[in-house]
Design a protein around this ligand. Structure first.
Ligand code: SF4
Length: 452
């Protein structure tokens, strides 16, 4: 029986899909690369904000069209919807989309194979080769993997529905995380992105995350460790100081810390910690500790009582702190959250205007931020070889969301000039020469593979 997983949403979902892969393969299912070839099409959904829900619904309906098309060709494909959307809207799914054959929410990913087998009465395949399975989980062309260190969140930001469908905060045992990373390094993974809803709450003390990093540092094959989603508070400050003190070599100079706003009045209404001055102190401290560091943050725009002065404050902040990577999101009132009370007072058109204004402002600023990186040399990982160009990524850029470095490439002249051909997943010294939109242009400084 063949399956295909469509994954929507964030890197946390990607980690969950990997868990589903493992469970399905262990139960004897076979992975296929195209949804039309699958007996089971599984959609791992997202329900974070309005746009994510729209995308999920659209994807479900596209999958239903495919199912219909296959029925006409006498193939009975089953559509299975799992994850955040299924958890949050299970009643609605049951009533409004009965064509979905099966659904389940978050927290059961590791049992996907068993659940599907039981539901559709598929006999268990014997003698499954675990090592062969591990090889099948990852694309040989991917060298990074998100690894979940905890699940759920206790922070209660007033706009956020995540705790409603991901539950309270709980963290994974260090040994379990290390085991997963060891398996990933065996599959050729070189970069580990530690993900969760609330990374700095990991463990019982901030030392627990330091101990975890220390252990990952020792793992052969892992070259880069990236911490994603550090809540911008004093604990993050402490964690950064400890990382610096420990001189972790594999920790990439990248801080992802979503401030969501800089106006203290708005932050209070969001039930979030911080203000302009604190975030400034945090980011400046991070830059001082790690001089090569780049920062990613996000802003939630259009929250209740946000004024034009508050928007100006955001502009002032991003200019003063010269932030390299920013996402602006529109506030969308989610059912069963405290901020849902503002649903009737928000003006969607106004929010879009504010975001466009901020984005335009930021795009101009970003050009000058990116120019500062010209002539710098980075150790980059090669992720794609195209007929006329190579795509590499700097340690300061997270996979799939940040910039890449495009290097012009000519197979023939490269072959004539150098003894070794470029190799995916290897590291090269790249000099930045220019930029195009959000990406950089560069030259390989050293065509010989770098020593790790
Ligand atoms: S920190 Fe806030 S925004 Fe992030 S998951 Fe937790 S409640 Fe949601």
């Amino acid at each position: 029986m063949k399956y295909y997983i469509t994954t929507l949403g964030c890197p946390k979902n990607e980690a969950d899909s990997r868990e589903m892969d493992k469970s399905l393969l262990l139960e004897g299912f076979e992975k296929t690369q195209k949804p039309e070839n699958a007996d089971f099409h599984i959609i791992n959904t997202c329900a974070f904000i309005e746009d994510a829900k729209k995308e999920t619904i659209q994807t479900i309906f596209q999958a239903l069209e495919l199912k219909e098309f296959l029925i006409n060709k006498n193939k009975d494909q089953k559509l299975i919807v799992v994850g955040c959307f299924a958890e949050r809207y299970h009643k609605e799914i049951e009533i409004e989309i009965p064509e979905i054959d099966y659904f389940f929410g978050t927290g059961l990913y590791h049992r996907t194979g068993e659940l599907i087998r039981n539901k559709f009465q598929i006999p268990l395949k014997q003698n499954v080769d675990y090592h062969k399975i591990l090889k099948n989980i990852h694309s040989p062309k991917k060298f990074y993997a998100p690894v979940k260190i905890s699940e759920g969140c206790n922070r209660n930001c007033s706009f956020c529905a995540i705790p409603l469908f991901r539950g309270n905060f709980r963290f994974r045992e260090k040994s379990e995380i290390i085991k997963e990373i060891l398996e990933l390094s065996g599959m050729g993974i070189k970069e580990i992105c530690l993900v969760s809803q609330d990374t700095n709450s990991y463990g019982n003390h901030y030392n627990d995350i330091i101990n975890l990093l220390e252990e990952i540092e020792q793992l052969k094959g892992i070259e880069w460790i990236r911490l994603l989603y550090l809540y911008p508070d004093k604990k993050t400050q402490k964690i950064l100081q400890e990382i610096h003190k420990n001189q972790f070599k594999k920790f990439v100079p990248y801080l992802e810390s979503p401030v969501q706003h800089v106006s203290e009045k708005v932050l209070k209404k969001m039930n979030r910690f911080g203000n302009y001055e604190f975030f400034k102190e945090l980011f400046l401290m991070a830059r001082e500790l790690f001089p090569e560091l780049e920062i990613r943050t996000s802003f939630l725009i259009g929250f209740s009582e946000e004024t034009s002065e508050d928007i100006e404050l955001i502009k002032q902040f991003i200019e003063e702190l010269q932030i390299e990577h920013i996402s602006f999101f529109a506030f969308s009132p989610e059912e069963n959250t405290p901020a849902y009370q503002y649903a009737s007072s928000i003006n969607k058109k106004e929010i879009i205007e504010k975001i466009n204004d901020l984005q335009n402002y930021y795009n101009e600023l970003l050009k000058s931020i990116m120019i500062k990186n010209y002539n710098k040399i980075y150790k980059c990982i090669l992720e794609k070889i195209k007929p006329k160009e190579l795509h590499l990524r700097r340690p300061q850029a997270a996979p799939e969301i940040d910039d890449i470095v495009i290097v012009p490439f000519d197979y023939k002249s490269w072959k004539e000039k150098y003894s070794q051909l470029p190799k995916l997943g290897e590291f090269y010294e790249v000099e930045i020469t220019d930029s195009i939109s959000y990406d950089y242009i560069g030259n390989i400084k050293n065509p010989v593979l770098m020593e790790h």
